[in-house]
Structure formats: C-alpha cells, structure tokens
Design a protein around this ligand. Structure first.
Ligand code: NAD
Length: 389
C-alpha cells in the first residue's frame, strides 16, 4: 500500500520562519504531501496562508483543535497521517497532545515544549501509543554529522575525552524585540519561549549535537548564564562546563549576542587517538585529525566509498555538488516518512530510517534547559543533570 504520507501543519503561516523550511524539506523527496493546516492563530492569516499554498478550503482550519478533530473523522484514505508543529514554544504541547490522543503521528519543533512537566507528559503519551514522534534537531541530519558519529561509534578516535561545542549567533546583539520583530519578540518573552532564551533556542541544538555525535550523555554541568542586552527578559548568552557519563569533559557555549556572527554552530570532539571537527557553515567537510598524522579532509558525496553507511544514506548528489541546511532538514522528513510508510505496509522499518531525533531527544533538551538555568542560579559548582531516565 504505497502512497504519499499526508501532512497537516500547525503554524507556518505567512510571515513566519521555519514553517516554510519544513514544507520545503518535506517536499524534497516527494514522499510527503501537505493536505491541511491551521497556519496561524489569526483566522484571516490562517485562511490566506491556505489559499497561498493551494489547499482546498475545507482543509484549511482556523485552529489546531478544529484541524485535529475534523481530520480525525475523515475517511482513512483522506485524512492526514501526521501533524507538523512549527509554532512558538508555548504552542507545542497542546497540539502535540491532542494529535497523539487522536492517533496522529507528530513532527514537532524544538525545544519540545514550554516546561519539563509537559515534556514528561508527552513522553508518556508516546510510550502508551504506537505513534512516531520526531523532534526537529536539524543538525543531526547532515551526512558529515552521521560520519563523525559513526567514526566515534566504531572506536576510530579511541575513548572520548573532550567535547567542545559552540553555537554563536549575533542577531540579538541589540534590543530587536523592542521593534516588535516577530521572531525576536516571542523568543525573548518568558511566557512564550519558556525558561531559557538562547539556552532553549540554540543551546538545545548544541546539547543534542554533542550527545548525538559523541554517543555520550551529560551527567553534570556548571553554567554561567547571562542577559547582556539591557531590558531583555531572558538569557542571551551562556557558557557551560560539562561532565559526560564516560568521564569526558566538555564546554558548551551558546550566544545570540556575538555581534557579526551568523549561525556558526561548530563542534570538536577528541579521543585518545584523534579528533573530529565539523562546522555547520561548511557542512560538507569533516576534518579528521589523528594523533601524529596529517589531518584528513572527508567530503560528502554519494560516490565516496570511504564514507560510512550513515553518511552515504543521507547524501543525495555526487561529490562537489554542495548540500546544506534544507537537505539536512529533509533527511529528518525522509526518514520519518519512510518509517510511517513501513508501518502502513506492516513492515519492519529500515534501521537507517529510524535515525531521526525522537521524543527522548526532546525530553533531554527540556532537561538541559532546566539544568542549565538552575545551575546558573545555584552556588554549587557541579549541578547534577536533571533527568528522569
Ligand atoms: P515564527 O514566529 O516565525 O512563526 C510561528 C508561526 O506559528 C506563525 O505563523 C504564527 O502565526 C503561528 N502560530 C502561533 N500561535 C499559533 C496557534 N495557536 N495556532 C496556529 N498557529 C500559530 O516562529 P519560528 O521562528 O518559525 O519558530 C517556530 C518554532 O520553530 C519554534 O519552536 C522555534 O524554536 C523552532 N525553530 C527551529 C529551528 C530549527 O533549526 N529546527 C529553526 C527556527 C525555529
């Protein structure tokens, strides 16, 4: 029973940022079709966004409640298979919960939700169901990130000793939110963003990337979290020391006040035998530095036999043809759709397709936010990573 996987979207109306990226990513491999949406909390924007996306009028809804309720009673060959939630953080939990309760799979933006309690409640709902839940930690979708993870898993670097992950941006260097800029306004509002500012917005990506590539878990941390721009209500800069579960040490910094920076996420991981370096703005290159040997430059390309299965399975074009953010994002949708397809056909999913961030990564991100903020407020040097695992 092969057919396209049907997507409904919450958020992503005109003037928004990431919703359009999700639609491009979902479209890239031709496996997913957008069939309905509740694109905005403002009914006229929701309706116009549906028109702009060529959706039939009866599949454009003015609230996510209406969308989930009405889709749930449509015939099986018509209704959406999953909901993609691309709203600000305070509007993740309710649509995700409702979708799961009505039997829909979910793709949800990060951070998973507003509070840790909500995160645990969502995890419980997923565990009680047979539903898939993807949290879009985009950076895990890059072929060279998969390669780095696989090299470490295979022991090429030896025991991991040190992880350095940096996520500097500069776009909040001034009080942008005072001008009412949409994306800055809710990100700096504790009622809509949650407990963390930069920590939730980009720190969670850095934490997820460090744990994904290294295969390690953060056990304790020592955080110094600041608000540098006067009048801002949430943090815009954080410097954090990390301890990992194998004894490795690390440093994570995330900042949105590094004036002049774009989106310079980068990571370095060192083991007893060598290290890797990956930079998000040069994503097709992975540096592998072995002890007392010349550094090697690994490059993406579907025709590179030296790359591992993970990198090859997530590369679309031959070497020398750059891939980037949209393709990495599309890898999450590709894998998610393939898993749903396997479920429809009653088959066991390919393990390569099960490689996307799940509810557990989402919960980990929420635990990270709370741990970092509490560590920064506490006088203890080492703060135990809050985790209910
Ligand atoms: P945005 O403000 O640009 O867009 C949010 C959209 O949600 C708007 O269309 C708004 O109208 C809509 N919305 C708000 N409340 C709604 C409701 N009740 N019902 C329906 N729609 C509603 O925000 P953004 O920058 O696109 O961020 C959205 C989410 O994506 C955030 O959680 C953010 O952290 C995440 N994000 C993730 C990445 C990534 O790399 N994975 C990048 C950017 C943003």
């Amino acid at each position: 029973m092969k057919r396209k996987i049907r997507m409904g979207m919450v958020g992503g109306g005109s003037g928004s940022f990431i919703g359009a990226v999700h639609r491009m990513a979902a479209n890239l491999d031709g496996q997913v079709e957008l069939v309905c949406g509740a694109f905005s909390s403002r009914p006229e924007v929701a309706r116009q966004s549906g028109i702009d996306l060529f959706l039939p009028q009866d599949r454009v809804y003015t609230s996510f409640e209406e969308m989930v309720e009405k889709e749930a009673v449509l015939p099986e060959d018509k209704r959406m298979d999953f909901v993609s939630i691309v709203t600000p953080n305070h509007v993740h939990f309710e649509p995700a919960k409702l979708a799961l309760e009505k039997g829909f799979h979910v793709v949800c933006e990060k951070p998973l939700c507003f509070s840790l309690e909500e995160a645990y409640a969502l995890r419980k709902l997923v565990e009680q169901s047979d539903l898939e839940f993807c949290v879009t930690h985009t950076y895990t979708g890059y072929p060279m990130v998969k390669e780095a993870r696989d090299l470490i898993k295979a022991g090429k670097l030896g025991k991991i000793r040190k992880v350095i992950v940096e996520y500097p941006q500069g776009w909040l260097s001034t009080n942008v939110e005072a001008s009412g800029q949409t994306q800055a306004s809710w990100r700096t509002d504790p009622k809509r963003s949650g407990m963390g500012g930069s920590v939730g917005d980009i720190g969670t990506h850095a934490e997820n990337l460090a744990e994904y590539i290294s295969g390690l878990k953060i056990t304790e941390l020592c955080a110094d979290v600041s608000t540098m721009v006067e009048g801002r209500l949430l943090d815009d800069d954080a410097n954090i020391l990390l301890h990992f579960d194998n004894g490795a040490k690390g440093v994570l910094h995330c900042s949105q006040i590094c004036a002049g920076e774009e989106n310079d996420l980068n990571i370095r991981i060192y083991g007893e035998k060598g290290g890797i370096v990956w930079k998000q703005m040069e994503p097709n290159t992975l540096l592998v530095k072995m002890h007392e040997a010349p550094a090697q430059i690994y490059r993406t390309g579907g025709d590179r036999p030296y790359l591992g299965e993970g990198a090859q399975a997530h590369t679309r074009v031959p070497a020398g043809h750059p891939e980037g953010y949209l393709e990495a994002f599309a890898n999450l949708y590709h894998n998610f759709a393939r898993v749903l397809q396997a479920k429809l056909e009653g088959k066991q999913p390919d393990p390569q397709h099960q490689d996307y961030p799940t509810i557990y990564d989402g919960v980990r991100g929420m635990e990270f936010i709370v741990s970092v903020i509490k560590s920064s407020e506490s006088q203890e040097k080492w703060f135990k990573f809050i985790s209910e695992e």
